[in-house]
Design a binder for this molecule. Structure first.
Ligand code: RRO
Length: 298
């Protein structure tokens, strides 16, 4: 049941959500066999920024009813560190052949975030120059420091930013939409009008937790965070269905997928691929399990 997305051939329709599967840590934990039995058909990197970042102060996680709130704050080595140290390690995986589908190379999709079109342009051009990177995902859940507008929550801003980036790469550009917007399908249409090849959704829903000690203060070091897990599955289904009905480009759907039935719902709602996120923290082999369930159940 191989599938195709923006010219990439994939063994099955299950990928990871950015930032939810650390392939380098998984290699350390599970060893070299992971290279030939990767649980996802494409590997989406965590978000990379132009310069290194240490991330938010702790606490960074909160267990919510049926979900998790994270406030990680983008810790990463920066573009140069990622390209020099991480990319060689995450390139060259092959998908798990044990689950009823053909083993195939696992393309790398690099997720990047920048605070204006210029910074994003440098990230996109650097990714364009690397043959190990098959596609680029833009995390637009942040304000444009130049305009003050939240890039991902404003359709016109998304169209402007995408139009500026489009000429800078021939690789597929996927826009990871934020669910924290008034009109998510309008944002998807803005991305499409600017030249996006695909959209992915949903990122986490803005959320907060109070100090369990009763001080009344916000608990997470970054103040607010993002809610993920089964708590957001129904929201994801609604937004994926609305976006898939609005756009012509393919949609990568995610949000609370724990079992193949949940993946099937998103595919039925119009997604071309499904991403697994929070569930991978509980079961690192969730991608293979969910893909295998899709093969068995259809
Ligand atoms: O790093 C984070 O805290 C983070 C990011 Br960039 C994101 O896009 N979504 C999320 O839930 N956390």
């Amino acid at each position: 049941m191989s599938v195709e997305l923006c010219g990439l051939r994939l063994a099955h329709p299950v990928v990871n959500g950015s930032g939810t599967f650390d392939a380098i840590a998984a290699l350390r934990a599970f060893g070299e066999p992971l290279r030939e039995a990767f649980p996802f058909s494409a590997y989406v990197s965590k978000t990379i920024t132009l310069h290194p970042r240490t991330g938010n102060p702790p606490p960074r996680l909160w267990e919510a009813p049926a979900g998790m709130i994270n406030s990680i704050g983008l810790p990463n080595k920066g573009l140069d560190g990622y390209l020099a140290e991480d990319l060689p390690l995450i390139a060259g995986f092959r998908s798990d052949p044990a689950a009823g589908f053909e083993a195939m190379p696992v393309p790398v999709i690099t997720n990047v975030m920048g605070s204006d079109a210029e910074e994003l342009g440098r990230l996109v051009e650097a990714c364009d120059a690397r043959s190990e990177i098959a596609a680029i995902e833009l995390n637009v859940s942040c304000p444009n420091v130049a305009t003050g507008l939240d890039i991902g929550a404003d359709p016109a801003e998304l169209e402007r930013v995408l139009a500026a980036l489009r000429p800078r790469t021939g690789k597929p550009l996927i826009v990871k939409l934020t669910p924290n917007a008034a009109d998510v399908p309008a944002c998807a249409l803005g991305a499409q009008a600017g030249g996006a090849d695909a959209v992915s959704l949903i990122n986490t829903l803005r959320a907060a937790a109070l100090d369990p000690g009763g001080s009344g203060r916000l608990w997470l070091g970054g103040r607010t965070g993002g809610l993920s897990g089964p708590a957001i599955r129904a929201v994801a289904l609604a937004q994926v269905a609305a976006v898939a009905a609005a756009v012509e480009v393919p949609v990568i759907g995610m949000g609370g997928v724990q079992r193949s039935e949940h993946a099937r719902e998103l595919l039925d709602a119009g997604a071309s691929l499904v991403a697994v996120g929070t569930e991978s923290f509980r079961d690192p082999a969730a991608g293979t399990r969910i893909a295998a369930g899709l093969v068995l159940r259809g």
